[in-house]
Design a protein around this ligand. Structure first.
Ligand code: F6P
Length: 530
């Protein structure tokens, strides 16, 4: 067992003792005892109020959590990330998605290359493509203007752009319609192909590796469809562009590298929407809004880097997550945006969090046996969530901490809807905390304990800047937890095994075939012949 095991730290033990001594901690009592609790347990930065007063914490808890963070070298790890050190040790890579939103032009060398000129040159090329598409300098094969964009990608090459294009639709400039194809299920591609005109469609093949099975198969089928419709292989040059780190594979696919937009291995897939992977976002909201989006993330980076731990929102959120996961045995964590435009946020954060911190081997190569890592992330926008799974959060037997995310001003004309929406958000956090005591109702089935923790993130409005802040906030929260848990948040080897097995099943070479998988395979073969 290495010394970096967090459970071996005295600060961890102190938290365990603290939890045991306060197992009956009650948030309602804490409010009754301290009239200033809201202001003491909330913190703000420009455009964002983070209220964590409805959590199962006292001053002492917070103090002990900050001590654990310091004992885990959080500040040194954070400095190493921003400085471009190879903190993704298993892949020997720097982790520098933060550089993509940094407006600076200082020198920062990674693998022998000064990265800021590279980032800004690629952004200029993306802007030139956007301009050419809009002016008609770049047309489709038959000379018609492009008015439809189809992004083909999966995971990090899909979820971020899909989320941001949807969330920021009030800022869409109106030049293009957007479609996203990700699933290898042919239904996904079919649905899109039946809705678009080949003559006016541009496919963006988005894949960091340019080898992901789903993306490659969808891209090949889209290419065949396009050639079938326009009758000539040369049409590909006017209807396909690529975003990737793999120039050779892009060439092999038949896309002119003039229309390949590169990024580097120091951008993880699930952290890549700030890179050229964000091309659909740029095409939708335009350069100024895209810059605002990057600026929002940069503002959060600056806050994360410079704010004292006690005022640091990603640090606070990360530590609260550790508190519940490791000391209260919480298995899930709910993401509840009170914004229909953030419909895709829970999906996006599922990959960001669970692919980053769903690990059971620590940074020293030890199997983790004595503490938990990533929780199950799930969620849905309110108020829909209230009519789906919230019953279980209110009255079930499992503790589920949650993040409520609200926006004071709507991006639509229905202020009265927004008022009701926000009232519902507040009512949920209050009901989770207060519950209903037997004294308040005579029916036992109507009683519930309450004391369920939640954190509320209240933004002024949902716009490019606040969305940038929000997403960067979760990136850093996840980083903080990875540091405490002594895991590498930036690799994802667990995804590989299933991919390899899919290839083996396809090739009919499966030395480890088991009875169930074999039985199912035979059933599929038999039924598909009927
Ligand atoms: O899901 C596994 C994964 O490797 C993710 O990390 C990544 O975002 C996704 O596949 C897509 O990868 P690529 O961009 O290389 O196609």
């Amino acid at each position: 067992m290495s010394n970096n095991n967090p459970t071996q730290k005295p600060e961890w033990q102190a938290l365990l003792d603290h939890k045991n001594a306060h197992a009956d901690l009650n948030i309602n009592t804490l409010f009754k005892e301290d009239s200033k609790r809201f202001s003491e347990f909330s913190t703000s930065i420009d455009g964002l109020l983070c209220d964590y007063s409805k959590n199962l914490v006292t001053f002492e808890t917070i103090d002990l959590l900050f001590k654990l963070a310091s004992a885990s070298d959080l500040e040194a790890r954070r400095t190493a990330m921003f400085a471009g050190e190879s903190i993704n040790e298993t892949e020997n890579r720097a982790v520098l998605h933060t550089a993509l939103r940094d407006p600076d032009t200082r020198d920062l060398e990674v693998e022998g290359e000064n990265i800021f000129p590279f980032i800004h040159t690629v952004l200029q090329r993306l802007l030139a493509l956007k301009k050419d598409l809009q002016t008609g300098a770049f047309t489709g094969h038959t000379g018609k203007k492009i008015d439809t964009i189809v992004n083909i990608g999966i995971g990090g090459s899909h979820l971020g752009p899909n989320l941001a294009v949807e969330a920021l639709h009030p800022f869409d400039q109106g030049y293009f319609d957007f479609h996203f194809v990700s699933n290898i299920d042919g239904a996904d591609l079919t649905k899109t192909l039946t809705r678009i005109n080949p003559e006016t469609t541009l496919f963006i093949v988005a894949s960091k590796s340019f080898s992901t099975l789903e993306t490659m198969q969808n891209a090949i089928s889209a290419k065949e469809w396009m050639i079938g419709k326009l009758g000539d292989e040369s049409c590909i040059a006017r209807h396909f562009v690529a975003v990737s780190t793999n120039e050779q594979a892009v060439k092999n696919f038949g896309i002119d590298t003039e229309y390949m937009f590169p990024f580097k291995n120091w951008v993880g897939g699930r952290y890549s929407l700030w890179s050229p992977i964000g091309l659909p976002i740029l095409l939708s909201i335009g350069h100024d809004n895209f810059r605002r989006f990057l600026d929002g993330a940069y503002a959060m980076d600056t806050h994360f880097k410079t704010a004292p731990l006690r005022k640091n929102i990603p640090v606070i959120l990360g530590l609260l997550g550790v508190w519940y996961r490791n000391f209260w045995n919480a298995q899930g964590h709910a993401i509840l945006p009170y914004s229909q435009d953030l419909d895709q946020l829970p999906n996006y954060l599922q990959q960001l969090d669970m692919e980053s911190n769903g690990k059971s081997v620590d940074r020293d190569g030890n199997l983790i046996t004595d503490y938990e890592t990533a929780p199950i992330i799930f969620g849905q926008p309110g108020t829909n969530s209230q009519h789906a799974f919230m019953q279980m959060m209110h009255q079930g037997t499992t503790l589920i901490p949650s993040d409520f995310i609200g926006f004071v001003k709507p991006q639509n004309n229905y202020q009265n809807h927004q008022t009701i929406l926000l009232n519902n958000m507040l009512a949920q956090t209050q009901a989770l905390m207060q519950g209903r005591t037997p004294e308040e109702t005579s029916a036992p089935e109507r009683t519930y304990q309450g004391n369920h923790p939640s954190t509320t993130l209240l933004f002024d409005t949902l716009d490019p800047f606040s969305l940038g802040m929000l997403l960067a906030l979760y990136e850093h929260k996840i980083f903080v937890q990875g540091v405490i848990w002594n895991i590498n948040s930036f690799d994802q080897f667990g995804v590989e095994l299933g991919k390899e097995m899919a290839h083996m099943i396809e090739r009919g070479e499966n030395p480890n075939m088991d009875g169930s998988t074999d039985g199912l395979l035979q059933a599929i073969h038999a039924k598909s012949k009927v």
